[in-house]
Design a protein around this ligand. Sequence first.
Ligand SMILES: [Zn+2]
Length: 206
Amino acid sequence: MFSSCQSCRSARCLVRVQGRESLTTAFQDVGDKDDQVHRIDSGRWQDRTFPRDGWRFSTFKDLGSEDAICEMCQHARVRYAHVLVHQIFPDGILVGLKCAEALQKDDYYGPEKREREYRTDLRIRNDWPKREWKTSRIGNPFINSRGFNISIWRKGSGFGVTVRLENRFDDEFVRNDPRMYTTIEEAKLGALERLLEARAELRKQG
Ligand SMILES: [Zn+2]
Protein backbone atom coordinates (compact mmCIF):
# COMPACT_ATOMS: atom_id res chain seq x y z
CA MET A 1 0.00 0.00 0.00
CA PHE A 2 0.99 3.62 -0.43
CA SER A 3 0.62 6.79 1.61
CA SER A 4 1.98 10.31 1.38
CA CYS A 5 5.71 10.77 1.80
CA GLN A 6 6.92 11.05 5.39
CA SER A 7 9.78 13.36 4.52
CA CYS A 8 8.29 15.83 2.03
CA ARG A 9 4.63 15.22 2.95
CA SER A 10 3.55 15.13 -0.68
CA ALA A 11 0.79 12.76 -1.70
CA ARG A 12 2.44 12.57 -5.10
CA CYS A 13 5.62 11.24 -3.57
CA LEU A 14 4.71 7.67 -2.86
CA VAL A 15 6.02 5.69 0.03
CA ARG A 16 5.86 1.98 0.29
CA VAL A 17 4.56 1.10 3.70
CA GLN A 18 5.65 -2.22 5.09
CA GLY A 19 3.70 -3.13 8.19
CA ARG A 20 4.11 -0.34 10.72
CA GLU A 21 7.44 0.77 9.39
CA SER A 22 7.57 2.93 6.31
CA LEU A 23 10.42 2.68 3.88
CA THR A 24 10.79 5.30 1.18
CA THR A 25 12.19 3.75 -1.94
CA ALA A 26 11.30 6.13 -4.72
CA PHE A 27 9.77 9.42 -5.81
CA GLN A 28 7.21 8.53 -8.40
CA ASP A 29 3.78 9.31 -9.75
CA VAL A 30 1.18 6.65 -10.34
CA GLY A 31 1.76 5.22 -13.80
CA ASP A 32 5.44 6.16 -14.04
CA LYS A 33 7.49 3.64 -15.95
CA ASP A 34 10.51 2.24 -14.16
CA ASP A 35 12.92 4.48 -16.03
CA GLN A 36 10.88 7.55 -14.96
CA VAL A 37 11.13 6.75 -11.27
CA HIS A 38 13.60 8.69 -9.14
CA ARG A 39 14.81 6.00 -6.77
CA ILE A 40 16.33 7.05 -3.51
CA ASP A 41 17.87 3.68 -2.87
CA SER A 42 20.30 4.45 -5.65
CA GLY A 43 22.82 7.03 -6.78
CA ARG A 44 23.76 10.01 -4.62
CA TRP A 45 20.81 9.48 -2.27
CA GLN A 46 22.91 6.66 -0.90
CA ASP A 47 25.93 8.91 -0.41
CA ARG A 48 25.55 10.29 3.12
CA THR A 49 28.23 12.91 2.50
CA PHE A 50 26.35 14.44 -0.44
CA PRO A 51 24.39 17.58 0.62
CA ARG A 52 20.58 17.23 0.82
CA ASP A 53 19.84 20.91 1.30
CA GLY A 54 21.29 24.26 0.37
CA TRP A 55 20.45 23.74 -3.31
CA ARG A 56 19.23 26.62 -5.43
CA PHE A 57 17.60 26.53 -8.87
CA SER A 58 19.78 28.00 -11.61
CA THR A 59 18.22 27.23 -14.99
CA PHE A 60 16.72 24.50 -17.14
CA LYS A 61 18.50 22.41 -19.70
CA ASP A 62 16.71 20.54 -22.47
CA LEU A 63 18.67 17.31 -22.73
CA GLY A 64 16.88 16.40 -25.95
CA SER A 65 16.65 12.77 -26.88
CA GLU A 66 19.99 11.94 -25.33
CA ASP A 67 19.96 9.10 -22.88
CA ALA A 68 20.36 11.46 -19.94
CA ILE A 69 19.99 10.26 -16.38
CA CYS A 70 19.16 12.30 -13.27
CA GLU A 71 22.48 13.07 -11.59
CA MET A 72 21.01 12.70 -8.09
CA CYS A 73 19.29 9.32 -8.12
CA GLN A 74 21.25 8.19 -11.17
CA HIS A 75 18.21 6.14 -12.13
CA ALA A 76 15.45 8.17 -13.81
CA ARG A 77 15.69 9.27 -17.41
CA VAL A 78 15.45 13.05 -17.72
CA ARG A 79 14.52 15.22 -20.68
CA TYR A 80 14.13 18.65 -19.01
CA ALA A 81 16.78 18.94 -16.35
CA HIS A 82 16.64 21.36 -13.43
CA VAL A 83 20.16 22.68 -12.97
CA LEU A 84 20.65 23.06 -9.21
CA VAL A 85 23.67 24.81 -7.78
CA HIS A 86 25.21 24.58 -4.34
CA GLN A 87 27.93 26.41 -2.47
CA ILE A 88 30.22 23.42 -2.79
CA PHE A 89 28.95 22.41 -6.26
CA PRO A 90 28.92 25.75 -8.11
CA ASP A 91 28.76 24.01 -11.50
CA GLY A 92 25.57 22.36 -10.35
CA ILE A 93 23.89 19.03 -10.94
CA LEU A 94 21.24 18.15 -13.51
CA VAL A 95 18.22 16.49 -11.95
CA GLY A 96 14.65 15.57 -12.80
CA LEU A 97 11.57 17.07 -11.16
CA LYS A 98 11.18 14.63 -8.29
CA CYS A 99 14.77 14.87 -7.15
CA ALA A 100 14.64 18.67 -7.62
CA GLU A 101 11.64 18.78 -5.25
CA ALA A 102 13.36 16.58 -2.71
CA LEU A 103 16.49 18.74 -2.76
CA GLN A 104 14.50 21.97 -2.37
CA LYS A 105 12.09 21.12 0.41
CA ASP A 106 11.90 24.76 1.49
CA ASP A 107 10.50 25.56 -1.99
CA TYR A 108 8.62 22.34 -2.52
CA TYR A 109 6.07 23.62 -5.06
CA GLY A 110 8.60 25.81 -6.89
CA PRO A 111 10.21 23.14 -9.09
CA GLU A 112 6.93 21.88 -10.52
CA LYS A 113 5.71 25.41 -11.19
CA ARG A 114 8.99 26.35 -12.87
CA GLU A 115 9.00 23.21 -15.01
CA ARG A 116 5.41 23.84 -16.10
CA GLU A 117 6.27 27.40 -17.14
CA TYR A 118 9.40 26.21 -18.91
CA ARG A 119 7.47 23.58 -20.87
CA THR A 120 4.81 26.16 -21.77
CA ASP A 121 7.53 28.49 -23.09
CA LEU A 122 8.91 25.64 -25.20
CA ARG A 123 5.43 24.91 -26.55
CA ILE A 124 4.90 28.59 -27.43
CA ARG A 125 8.26 28.62 -29.22
CA ASN A 126 7.58 25.39 -31.12
CA ASP A 127 4.08 26.47 -32.17
CA TRP A 128 5.07 30.00 -33.13
CA PRO A 129 5.88 29.37 -36.83
CA LYS A 130 2.47 27.70 -37.26
CA ARG A 131 0.48 30.50 -35.65
CA GLU A 132 -1.76 32.51 -37.92
CA TRP A 133 -1.59 36.27 -37.50
CA LYS A 134 -4.79 38.27 -37.75
CA THR A 135 -5.18 41.84 -38.97
CA SER A 136 -6.47 44.56 -36.68
CA ARG A 137 -9.04 47.16 -37.69
CA ILE A 138 -6.22 49.59 -38.41
CA GLY A 139 -4.39 47.03 -40.52
CA ASN A 140 -1.70 45.81 -38.10
CA PRO A 141 -0.81 42.11 -37.80
CA PHE A 142 -1.56 40.81 -34.31
CA ILE A 143 -1.75 37.58 -32.38
CA ASN A 144 -3.10 36.65 -28.94
CA SER A 145 -1.16 34.16 -26.85
CA ARG A 146 -1.48 33.11 -23.20
CA GLY A 147 -3.26 36.29 -22.18
CA PHE A 148 -1.00 38.60 -24.16
CA ASN A 149 -1.77 40.63 -27.25
CA ILE A 150 1.24 41.00 -29.55
CA SER A 151 1.08 43.47 -32.41
CA ILE A 152 3.36 44.57 -35.22
CA TRP A 153 3.14 48.09 -36.52
CA ARG A 154 4.81 50.36 -39.04
CA LYS A 155 7.88 52.04 -37.50
CA GLY A 156 9.76 54.40 -39.80
CA SER A 157 10.96 52.35 -42.73
CA GLY A 158 10.53 49.10 -40.81
CA PHE A 159 8.34 47.49 -38.16
CA GLY A 160 7.96 47.68 -34.41
CA VAL A 161 6.55 45.20 -31.89
CA THR A 162 4.32 45.81 -28.87
CA VAL A 163 3.41 43.23 -26.23
CA ARG A 164 0.41 44.03 -24.08
CA LEU A 165 -1.29 42.03 -21.36
CA GLU A 166 -4.94 41.53 -22.24
CA ASN A 167 -7.71 42.25 -19.76
CA ARG A 168 -5.54 43.78 -17.09
CA PHE A 169 -7.56 46.32 -15.20
CA ASP A 170 -5.14 47.37 -12.48
CA ASP A 171 -1.77 48.45 -13.87
CA GLU A 172 -1.57 48.45 -17.59
CA PHE A 173 1.19 46.14 -18.88
CA VAL A 174 2.58 47.37 -22.20
CA ARG A 175 6.08 46.67 -23.47
CA ASN A 176 7.29 48.38 -26.63
CA ASP A 177 10.24 46.71 -28.30
CA PRO A 178 12.92 49.39 -28.84
CA ARG A 179 14.18 47.57 -31.96
CA MET A 180 13.15 48.31 -35.49
CA TYR A 181 12.75 45.24 -37.69
CA THR A 182 13.38 45.43 -41.42
CA THR A 183 10.74 42.89 -42.44
CA ILE A 184 7.50 41.59 -40.98
CA GLU A 185 9.02 38.12 -40.75
CA GLU A 186 11.87 39.45 -38.59
CA ALA A 187 9.35 41.32 -36.48
CA LYS A 188 7.38 38.10 -35.91
CA LEU A 189 10.53 36.34 -34.67
CA GLY A 190 11.35 39.30 -32.44
CA ALA A 191 7.78 39.29 -31.14
CA LEU A 192 8.24 35.73 -29.88
CA GLU A 193 11.30 36.71 -27.84
CA ARG A 194 9.51 39.78 -26.43
CA LEU A 195 6.51 37.63 -25.47
CA LEU A 196 8.72 35.14 -23.61
CA GLU A 197 10.49 38.04 -21.86
CA ALA A 198 7.13 39.51 -20.82
CA ARG A 199 6.06 36.12 -19.40
CA ALA A 200 9.34 35.90 -17.44
CA GLU A 201 8.87 39.46 -16.16
CA LEU A 202 5.38 38.68 -14.88
CA ARG A 203 6.63 35.47 -13.23
CA LYS A 204 9.23 37.51 -11.32
CA GLN A 205 6.51 39.87 -10.16
CA GLY A 206 4.76 36.78 -8.81
ZN1 LIG B 1 16.39 11.65 -9.70
